[in-house]
Structure formats: structure tokens, C-alpha cells
Ligand binder design. Structure first.
Ligand SMILES: C[S@@+](CC[C@H](N)C(=O)[O-])C[C@H]1O[C@@H](n2cnc3c(N)ncnc32)[C@H](O)[C@@H]1O
Length: 277
């Protein structure tokens, strides 16, 4: 899947739909670094084709670090699943403008579904070229009828990055229940905010500036095991203070990253989790 190279596309998104412009911009900023963490150059190409003042979302060079440090392990876990299950169905939920399909280049035997609200999918279709093993679905993930469009007889890789916190607990757990019931086996890779992370949401500039509201907090990833999942790996924000990142960020951000190591409840405000079912 390539970018279509369209002329500048003007956009207007609000609330949770606007947050995907912040994360796209975060990946673009990282790709402009001499030593990028993720190196998502397609994200930068997309940003250059969208007529929007990306600077107004509070996504700075330092804040971009948290975006790419979340994406990188998710990419690695997803790539491992695809290597082991080349016939997988991939559901990329709350995909926003993420170019994960380009980054991972799934084999032609896998089929990838990018799922987000219709307005977001409409922008994807303007900017990103179609591919035979790729389908966009424009819907709320909790209008569950969309699941009928997806075959149920293959292993499933489900990725939901930056999505769960926008759902209510009831919507999120019902989504998990339906996904686990639908497929013979699979993995769910997602991130979770703790209840403290939800309380502290106004300290998160892209959330505050987009006017989005974060709702669902999960303190311990194992809380979701009661819905048929087994937690196989989880990372909290303590892993963010890598040497490459510490060298890049401003002293104040460096201090904040160090604090994550010494105050575990702060580090546990965000988890990236790999579940099996
Ligand atoms: C923080 S952005 C993350 C986007 C993308 N995963 C990324 O990492 O760049 C949140 C995304 O979730 C989408 N979203 C939130 N609630 C949703 C829902 N109920 N159904 C579908 N998409 C939803 C938003 O439209 C937005 O694209």
C-alpha cells in the first residue's frame, strides 16, 4: 500500500477523531530525527499531504517519543504473530491514519482490516492506495454489525492502539467478549490507561487540545483475563527511558522519564499489552 500523492487535503476533525492527527504527527516528527525510533516516513508523507495546522495539537518533538515508543513494541509483537500465522485476519481497530500496514507489509495470504469512524476511513481512502489484502471499514468499533464483514475461520491478530481509553468499560469489555467468541484463536495487542491515567487526562496536551474525553481505565492488564484473554506480555511506561530517547529529549522531559522509573504508579498509568486467546 502506497501513498497516492494527492494534492493537499483539508480536514476538520474534533475530539477523539482529532487525536489520530496528533499521533500521526508524532510519528512524522520522529521520522525526521537523525536517529528515529520508528522511522515511519510514510507518516511524514501523509502529514505533508494534509492541510491542517498540526502544531496546534500539542504534539512536540519530546511528546512524540511516547507515541513511537508505544508503536514500536506493538509493531514487533504484531510482526511476530504474522510471521507465525501468515494466513491471519488482522483487525486494526481505531487505526486513525496509522501506516502500520505499510510498516509491517503483511504477506498476501493475510488479510488486513483498518477500522475507524467513517470520516477517518474516508481520509485514509483519499491518501492511501488500496491493496488486494487490505480492507477499510468505516464504523464505530462498538456498532458490532461490522464484525459480520470479517471471516471467522482464521487466526486473528487484533491491534487496538490508542483506542480502549475512548470506550466505556461496558463497550470495551463487550468488544473483547465478541472478538474472543468470533475467532478460533488469536492475539489482542492493545494499550490501556490506568484509572490514575484517566484522572490525569488533562495533563496530556493532545487529549486536552483535541477536546477528547478518556473514559475507561484499567489498572492491571490481568483484569481483562475474565473475558477470555490470557495476558502474555505487558510493558508499562517505565520502559520509555531508553538511552536513544534520553539523548534526544529536553532536560525537563528527561527528568519526567526518570521519575517514571522511581514512582511505579506513574509508570503504570499506561500499559502496552499482548493477550492470547
Ligand atoms: C489516539 S487516536 C489513535 C489512532 C491510531 N491508532 C494511532 O495510533 O495513530 C484514537 C483513534 O481511535 C478512534 N476511535 C475512538 N473511538 C472509536 C470508536 N468507537 N470506533 C472507531 N474508532 C474509534 C479515533 O477516531 C482515532 O482515530
Amino acid at each position: 500500500m502506497k501513498l497516492l500523492g494527492v494534492v493537499m487535503e483539508k480536514v476538520h476533525f474534533t475530539e477523539e477523531k482529532a487525536t489520530m492527527l496528533a499521533t500521526l504527527y508524532g510519528r512524522a516528527l520522529d521520522s525526521r530525527e537523525a536517529d528515529p525510533v520508528l522511522g515511519d516516513h510514510a507518516a511524514d508523507e501523509a502529514v505533508r499531504q494534509i492541510d491542517y495546522d498540526f502544531t496546534k495539537l500539542g504534539m512536540t518533538r519530546d511528546a512524540a517519543v511516547s507515541v513511537v515508543l508505544r508503536a514500536k513494541p506493538i509493531d514487533a509483537w504484531a510482526a511476530a504473530y504474522l510471521a507465525a500465522h501468515p494466513d491471519a485476519i488482522v483487525l486494526h481497530l481505531g487505526c486513525g491514519m496509522d501506516t502500520r500496514f505499510q510498516r509491517l507489509a503483511p504477506p498476501p495470504t493475510a488479510h488486513w482490516y483498518d477500522v475507524d469512524y467513517p470520516e477517518v476511513v474516508a481520509l485514509r481512502e483519499k491518501l492511501y492506495a488500496a491493496a488486494p489484502n487490505h480492507t477499510n471499514i468505516g464504523t464505530s468499533v462498538v456498532d458490532f454489525g461490522w464484525l459480520d464483514q470479517v471471516p471467522a475461520d482464521r487466526p486473528a491478530l487484533i491491534v487496538a492502539e490508542g483506542l480502549t481509553m475512548y470506550l466505556t468499560a461496558g463497550q470495551g469489555t463487550e468488544l473483547v467478549r465478541r472478538l474472543v467468541a468470533k475467532f478460533p484463536s488469536g492475539e489482542l495487542i492493545c494499550d490501556l490507561f490506568s484509572r490514575l491515567g484517566i484522572k490525569a487526562q488533562k495533563l496530556n496536551p493532545p487529549v486536552r487540545k483535541s477536546g477528547a474525553t478518556l473514559i475507561w481505565g484499567v489498572d492491571d492488564p490481568r483484569e481483562l483475563e475474565r473475558y477470555g484473554l490470557t495476558c502474555v506480555s505487558s510493558l508499562d511506561a517505565g520502559h520509555w527511558a531508553t538511552p536513544e530517547v534520553m539523548a534526544r529529549v529536553r532536560p525537563v522531559t528527561r527528568l519526567q522519564l526518570r521519575m517514571l522509573k522511581y514512582f511505579p504508579p506513574l509508570a503504570r498509568m499506561a500499559h502496552i499489552v499482548r493477550y492470547r486467546f
